[in-house]
Design a protein around this ligand. Structure first.
Ligand SMILES: NC(=O)c1ccc[n+]([C@@H]2O[C@H](COP(=O)([O-])OP(=O)(O)OC[C@H]3O[C@@H](n4cnc5c(N)ncnc54)[C@H](OP(=O)(O)O)[C@@H]3O)[C@@H](O)[C@H]2O)c1
Length: 319
């Protein structure tokens, strides 16, 4: 089968299209014919070596084939697989299952997968798993989102943020999206009530207060976040600078008082994928796809990703 192979850390040029052996599923795995995959920040961090001491391997990426979001068709199942049959259309985040989405076939554990909606294209399904589940878990599990609350999403125009805006709206929240100027129209189009251009305005100094701040890019100090939260408000960190995250974790409860700070730790699971699928079928969440690249152009896709101007997600069309 054809796959994009990554044998060392480096720029997108280290990625090579190669013929490799088709994998065989273990007892608890399904063999999936991959139709589409997508790029997440974790792929970039693994490729570039920024995740060397977290997700990575010390000297080279732990996974030779990157790509943790997939959508495709089940071709075979191991003997312990209960919920899928050959022919099923599935999608999932296989970061806990050995990665390997930038290839024509991949084996994934059953618990990483959910049935794809027949109304979802493979491209839409591949754009969804990791970003949408991060957004859902930050708003629902950490933020305890309620209808009528005021929610700010910092980094609203990227992969996670575009799902965050739509999921928060589906809960009936009043949503503010913060991002760069060229993404603000899109953020309004997907349902945000207000937008802030981070280059022109610091939302922590605007005088506005929020019940939940979900932060994809954590750049401010806890003192600054405190100004932006209502009494009892919650600050949820998904990603960003390690310093800001550490400060919020160590000093958050002391500085924030009756406001709370929490770091989200992603827990991929089929139930949350099914929940997102329902939101999609109800027309409440539609993945925002900036560009699609064929498998052989994955290096070009990463070059575009690295420029940092992606609106929503980049999809890799494998088939
Ligand atoms: N907690 C977990 O378990 C977990 C798991 C996986 C990933 N993550 C984290 O999730 C994050 C990835 O999110 P993503 O895929 O949505 O990234 P993304 O697609 O790169 O989106 C980030 C967005 O933030 C914007 N941005 C940059 N600087 C900003 C600022 N100062 N203020 C407001 N917005 C700003 C970017 O716009 P411009 O580029 O135009 O400025 C971009 O639209 C990473 O930090 C990753 O480490 C966390």
């Amino acid at each position: 089968m054809r796959a994009i192979i990554c044998t060392r850390y480096g720029p997108p040029e280290v990625l090579k299209l190669q013929e490799v052996e088709k994998p065989t599923p273990k007892d608890d795995e399904a063999l999936i014919e991959v139709h589409a995959s997508s790029i997440n920040s974790w792929d970039w961090e693994l490729l570039s070596g920024r995740a060397q001491f977290t997700l990575g391997g010390r000297l080279k990426p732990r996974y030779e084939i990157l790509g943790c979001d997939i959508a495709g068709r089940v071709k075979a199942v191991g003997r312990d697989v209960k919920n899928f049959l050959p022919g099923d259309e599935v999608f999932g985040d296989i970061s806990g299952s050995g990665w390997g989405g930038f290839a024509e076939f991949v084996c994934a554990k059953e618990k990483a997968l959910a049935q794809k909606s027949t109304r979802m294209s493979f491209e839409q399904a591949a754009a969804t798993p990791q970003a949408a589940v991060l957004a859902l878990q930050s708003l629902r599990d950490k933020g305890k989102i309620q209808a009528g609350q005021s929610v700010l999403i910092n980094g609203a125009g990227g992969g996670v943020g575009t799902f965050g805006v739509q999921i928060a709206k589906s809960y009936g929240a009043d949503v503010t999206g913060v991002d760069s100027s060229d993404k603000l129209d899109m953020i309004l189009d997907i349902g945000a009530d207000h937008v802030v251009d981070y280059a022109k305005q610091d939302f922590t100094r605007s005088g506005q207060r929020y019940d939940i701040v979900v932060d994809v890019v954590a750049r401010h100090s806890v003192f600054e976040y405190k100004r932006a939260l209502r009494p009892g408000g919650k600050y949820v960190i998904i990603g960003g600078s390690a310093g800001a995250a550490l400060q919020a974790l160590l000093l958050g409860s002391w500085i924030l008082g009756n406001k709370k700070a929490g770091l989200l730790l992603l827990k991929p699971n089929p139930a949350d994928l099914a929940f997102i699928r329902q939101l999609f079928e109800a027309g409440k969440v539609v993945p925002v796809i900036d560009r699609c690249y064929p498998l052989e152009e994955v290096p070009e896709a990463f070059r575009y990703y690295a420029q940092g101007h992606v609106k929503g997600k980049i999809v890799v069309k494998v088939r």
